[in-house]
Design a binder for this molecule. Sequence first.
Ligand SMILES: Cc1cc2nc3c(=O)[nH]c(=O)nc-3n(C[C@H](O)[C@H](O)[C@H](O)COP(=O)(O)O)c2cc1C
Length: 210
Amino acid sequence: MKILRVICSPRGTSSESYRLSQTLINQLIDRHPGSDFMITERGVTGLAHIDADYAEAVSKRRDPTRPVAAKGALLQSEQLIRELENADCVVIATPMHNLMVPSALKAWLDHVVQADRTFRITAEGKVGTLRDRPVFIAIASGGTFTGVNAQQPDFLRPWLQAVLAGIGLLDVRFFSVEGTGQKPEVVDGIRAKTERETALYFAGHVPTPA
Ligand SMILES: Cc1cc2nc3c(=O)[nH]c(=O)nc-3n(C[C@H](O)[C@H](O)[C@H](O)COP(=O)(O)O)c2cc1C
């Protein structure tokens, strides 16, 4: 199984979201005894934003007789899309930043959500072109955003789910470690609770990539 892990925290592999993503990957490995796993680590915090050539290339204003050179953000975009296409399963490790995804994850999405490549615009609306596959999202947040004790609105999950659905990724499952801003002993308890919930989920669902 080829797993693409998208790492979105400025704290990289020391981050809470990376730690949770590793719990998810360990569960995947445990549930598929005898399978080979290849993990591609894609850090996105250093990713350049899309540039003028990219915006021009995907614009309907563009002269279709004038080919666009695959360079800069367009080239980067193609590499990132191929990485995504190649994966059987995607794990996104992300913190919540200002009630949303961090700008690094937004930048990655701006690269992989590309008109006439990962979605088409039809009379009925946008249609995703990627083969669906399991996507696991590991979120870390300083406060809580789910359940009756939510301290803040959650724009992260509905937005991310809608954007991924737009390119054909519908099999999306969210996990979260919430309240990392608390004292270390409290955070230990929160991590343990998240790990129990994760194990329970995987005990009942063994992902089978298409
Ligand atoms: C710029 C910034 C914005 C943040 N915004 C939020 C927020 O809106 N809600 C929240 O609960 N925590 C927020 N936090 C706290 C992080 O979500 C929290 O520290 C999380 O555990 C970081 O995860 P990481 O270790 O994976 O980066 C923010 C942190 C930073 C640096």
